[in-house]
Write a protein that binds this ligand. Structure first.
Ligand code: NAP
Length: 274
């Protein structure tokens, strides 16, 4: 049985790069997002199975799970759909922005995970039925014919607060907490639960959406610095899935070398000291 991974937020940025990376490794993917045109272009390029789904809509998520099950099941889930809205202070921020951030970064993650867990368990059983060593990946090394992997893309904003981070910090801290809870609740099952917390990543839409379409302001964080690219994040993410299945990378924090903390980003060339 080949590994098949559901990737949410696949229509751009880290999610799209992740689908490409899995495809390059020969893994099957289900690419999930709201924008059908982008998903279909990605599907044509990579062979991904596209599913248009708003992860904040429980009925659409139930339909997603049914479609995944009906088209070959899954053994992996990447909860990547998410984003930030605004940089206002807690005092000046809007409840609507916070609601939308919680809906996609937290409630969407919950909904997709809950709906897909039974599908992942069926994938584990199918791997077992097919026999040891038949699964793609490295399970054969440790004699595990069936297992599943869940990885939640959070953020360094889910581990360190900053002024103007309010709703996004709160949502990503919550996503981090839910990841830990899930790992405890799934103990005893061959399901690993991982978290990838990126720092500064230059993707086409993340900051543009956060700053409500202000392209000049959105370009600023990436000026005079070499940030991570979506491809860098995808490479580390897919490597985590490619480890033997008894290896659980609980938390991967990934930053560009020029960013030593949320508060320290070096602008200009990196030079060895005299
Ligand atoms: N870029 C960074 O610096 C950075 C750093 C740390 C963490 N992250 C996190 O990494 C993840 C990906 O970020 P990115 O930089 O790749 O941003 P992005 O390019 O804006 O991608 C966000 C993805 O989520 C999808 N999405 C948003 N709302 C959705 C919904 N309700 N239902 C389904 N899909 C939805 C979007 O597609 P549709 O609009 O087509 O639905 C898009 O594919 C996010 O969780 C983000 O918080 C980003």
């Amino acid at each position: 049985m080949a590994q098949r991974v559901v990737v949410t937020g696949a229509s751009s940025g880290i999610g799209a790069a992740t689908v490409r990376r899995f495809a390059a490794r020969g893994w099957e993917t289900v690419a999930v997002a709201r924008r059908a045109d982008r998903l279909h272009a990605l599907a044509a390029e990579t062979g991904a199975h596209p599913v248009v789904c708003d992860v904040t809509d429980e009925a659409q998520v139930a339909a997603l799970a049914a479609e995944v099950a009906a088209t070959g099941g899954a053994t992996g889930l990447v909860n990547n759909a998410g984003g930030a809205l605004g940089t206002e202070s807690v005092e000046a921020s809007s409840a609507e922005d916070w609601r939308r951030m919680f809906e996609v970064n937290v409630l969407g993650l919950r909904a997709v995970t809950a709906a897909l867990l039974p599908v992942l368990r069926d994938g584990i059983r199918a791997g077992r039925a097919a026999g040891a060593g038949s699964a793609a990946g490295s399970g054969a090394e440790v004699g595990w014919p069936g297992w599943a992997s869940i990885l939640n893309v959070t953020s360094t904003a889910g581990h360190q607060v900053y002024a103007g981070g309010g709703g996004y910090n709160a949502a990503k801290f919550a996503a981090h907490a839910v990841t830990g809870v899930l790992r405890l609740e799934l103990a005893g099952e061959p399901i690993r639960v991982m978290e990838l917390a990126p720092g500064l990543v230059h993707t086409e839409e993340f900051t543009l959406n956060r700053l409500r379409g202000d392209a000049a302001a959105a370009a600023k964080p990436y000026e005079d610095v070499l940030p991570l690219r979506a491809e860098d994040v995808a490479a580390v993410l897919v490597d985590a899935f490619s480890q033997p299945p008894h290896v659980n990378q609980d938390l991967i924090v990934l930053r560009p070398v020029a960013q030593s903390s949320v508060f320290h980003t070096h602008r200009g060339p990196l030079e060895p000291r005299a």
